[in-house]
Design a protein around this ligand. Structure first.
Ligand SMILES: CC(C)(COP(=O)(O)OP(=O)(O)OC[C@H]1O[C@@H](n2cnc3c(N)ncnc32)[C@H](O)[C@@H]1OP(=O)(O)O)[C@@H](O)C(=O)NCCC(=O)NCCS
Length: 164
């Protein structure tokens, strides 16, 4: 198991995130766009770091109570060790504290590892966007997860009971 900590993205992480974006996605975020997220008050990006090394990251933006996950990636050599799951759970905890109530994301319909990850974490399929992706052209599944606070201590807004 690779030891890693989950921390907010910092300027020093940006070049490695950019490199992993380019190695992973056919339409990667460029370095300037990732760096701009550091100053975006709507954005929260978390990094799984082992010392100076970025093993994985998740990027998100939240408008009012709705969060979009923009991207998630883990270095090939560090996959299947729970890093993406830990990143997503850490993101959820922070979003709950900030009052977010729902996470939405798109995923390529053929991306079995990502679909397995999201479904393990309780995301459900709520829609399909035809030909959403390019390079290669492919449909996107839209997945959502409703965030519920289990105790009033964990959530400054509404608890699960109060929301019913
Ligand atoms: C998808 C991705 C982020 C998963 O990262 P990871 O750190 O390897 O995932 P984890 O080890 O946390 O796996 C958690 C769960 O996801 C599922 N999962 C992850 N990879 C899987 C695979 N290759 N095959 C099947 N299930 C997989 C499993 O349910 C796993 O739980 P388990 O270990 O108890 O079986 C990684 O494969 C990746 O970076 N892929 C390329 C980028 C990408 O597709 N991002 C998503 C875009 S929407």
């Amino acid at each position: 198991m690779t030891a890693s900590v989950i921390i907010p993205m910092a300027p020093a992480h940006v070049p490695q995130i950019s490199e992993l974006e380019r190695a992973t996605f056919s339409a990667p975020w460029d370095e300037a766009a990732i760096r701009a997220e550091l100053d975006n008050p709507l954005s929260l990006w978390l990094v799984a770091a082992n010392g100076e090394d970025v093993l994985g990251y998740v990027g998100s933006q939240t408008v009012f109570e709705d969060t979009d996950i923009l991207n998630v990636a883990v270095k090939p050599a560090a996959r299947r060790r729970g890093i993406a799951e830990t990143l997503l759970r850490a993101l959820e905890q922070r979003l709950i504290l900030n009052g977010a109530q729902r996470i939405t994301l798109e995923v390529r319909i053929s991306n079995a590892p990502a679909l397995a990850l999201y479904e393990k974490l309780g995301y459900v399929r709520v829609g399909l966007r035809r030909s959403y992706y390019e390079k290669p052209r492919e449909d996107a599944l839209i997945l959502q997860k409703r965030l519920l606070c289990r105790t009033s201590d964990a959530c400054p807004y509404k608890t699960e009971k109060e929301r019913v």
